[in-house]
Design a binder for this molecule. Structure first.
Ligand code: PLP
Ligand code: TYF
Length: 402
């Protein structure tokens, strides 16, 4: 019978996270799913988020009515300012919609490109976040891959990337991660982004930026958005999917935005408003309207000078701890003289690094050492702390030698 279906493929990252949760060993270490953990190993609540959450909870009234399809306006405008800067925001060339986190923002970005802009193919980095690969055909786009990470050099393959994008067809989507590339942690330098922007402009591609880690690469919000702003300054129309899961630690509240910035204003036409209505129409068919609670918290943090300053300071602390753990891990491996390349652990950015282990070494890490990393040997650096970093290094040493 048609109801007798096979199981769907599992999410390769969340499946490892689940396996960790089922491991009773006190030695088990979770470096799989990309959530920021503090020095004590707990998923972290930002102090500014806590303040905003408590102040909202203390109010004697609470509006449970639906948000509009486009979500919380105050969240959307704060997000657009964070991405494009105040000047571009005030120029009236931006459509920004509050969405159900970065995932729905991405889905809407692809949907707009496919259904409204008529794109037929989407180019995704090699390697990529698995959801990129899954979403593209779901929005009726053909999947193409461009070279991104060179596993031998442990760095971005900029020449391969430019060569592959140079073959894209006019109107194709190119999906770019703005900073802290998942899974490699390897980002382009500003001058490399300018070269990519040249190709995108020449070939009239539709750039979709996935920005799930703004602030968490360099510790600075502006620096981490330089790719998007490079494109905008060049006069390229861009679509941006923004997530607040990581940089506000609001994972299960599902807060994000999708925005479009158009370079030219057509006289007599309000293109930004029309784009917002197209995005709203797509969101209506997908989930109607987004949830409010996390967005109220996020908008309060970003819109209040004191809370915002507190937040930006804490982002720097978070990035500082990640940087320190990158140094600690590299140091522990080099001290043990483990064969392999470990320099890139401190040269890459954000939460992730690809260790360069084989699939069977990763399996041995899991089965023998209770260390849960994804099959491509990606570890979440933020899952490391002083209590487990030596244990992880020791396990890597063992699997490399055996
Ligand atoms: N894009 C990338 C590369 C991610 O790592 C994530 C993180 O989960 C997302 C998008 C979207 O996340 P969310 O839907 O939690 O905002
Ligand atoms: O890559 C990660 O670990 C994060 C979290 O389906 C995540 O982006 C992983 C898988 C997934 C949703 C989020």
């Amino acid at each position: 019978s048609k109801w007798d279906v096979l199981a769907a493929p599992r999410d390769p990252i969340l499946a490892i996270h689940q396996a960790y949760q089922q491991d009773p060993s006190p030695l088990a270490v979770n470096v799989s799913v990309g959530a920021y953990r503090d020095a004590g190993g707990n998923v972290h609540e930002f102090r500014a988020v806590r303040d905003a959450r408590l102040s909202i909870a203390a109010s004697s009234t609470y509006d449970h009515a639906y948000l509009p399809i486009s979500g919380l306006e105050h969240l959307a405008s704060q997000s657009a300012r964070l991405i494009y800067g105040d000047d571009v925001f005030e120029s009236g060339r931006i459509a920004c919609l509050h969405t159900v986190s970065g995932s729905c923002a991405l889905r809407l970005a692809l949907s707009l490109a496919s259904r409204v802009l008529g794109a037929e193919e989407a180019h995704v980095s090699l390697p990529a976040w698995p959801n990129h690969v899954q979403m593209v055909p779901m929005e009726a786009l053909k999947l193409a891959r461009y070279r991104y990470y060179d596993y031998d050099r442990h760095a971005v393959d900029i020449d391969g990337m430019l060569a592959d994008l140079g073959k894209a067809k006019r109107g194709d989507v190119v999906l770019l991660q703005a900073c802290a590339h998942n899974p490699s942690g390897a980002d382009l330098k500003e001058r490399e982004w300018r070269r990519v922007a040249d190709v995108v402009q020449q070939r009239r591609l539709v750039p979709v930026f996935d920005m799930a880690y703004q602030g968490l690469a360099s510790g600075d919000m502006e620096e981490d958005v330089c790719a998007v702003r490079t494109f905008v300054r060049k006069g390229i129309n861009v679509i941006v999917a923004q997530s607040f899961s990581k940089n506000l630690g609001l994972y299960n509240s599902r807060v994000g935005t999708v925005s479009v910035c158009v370079a030219d204003k057509v006289p007599g036409r309000d293109t930004a408003t029309n784009l917002l209505s197209q995005l709203s129409w797509l969101a209506r068919g997908m989930y109607s309207s987004p949830p409010a609670h996390g967005a109220l918290i996020a908008a309060k943090v970003m819109g209040d000078d004191t809370l915002r300053a507190k937040w930006l300071l804490e982002i720097k602390e978070v990035v500082g701890r990640i940087g320190k753990m990158r140094e600690r891990l590299r140091d522990e491996l080099e001290r043990r003289k483990v064969a392999g390349h470990w320099k890139h652990i401190t040269q890459t950015k954000g939460m992730f690094v690809l260790l360069g282990l084989t699939y069977s070494q990763v399996e041995r890490m899991r089965v023998l050492h209770h260390i849960y990393l994804t099959g491509n040997s990606r570890i979440n650096i933020a899952g490391l702390n002083e209590n487990n970093v030596a244990q992880v290094a020791e396990a890597i040493a063992e699997v490399v030698q055996n």
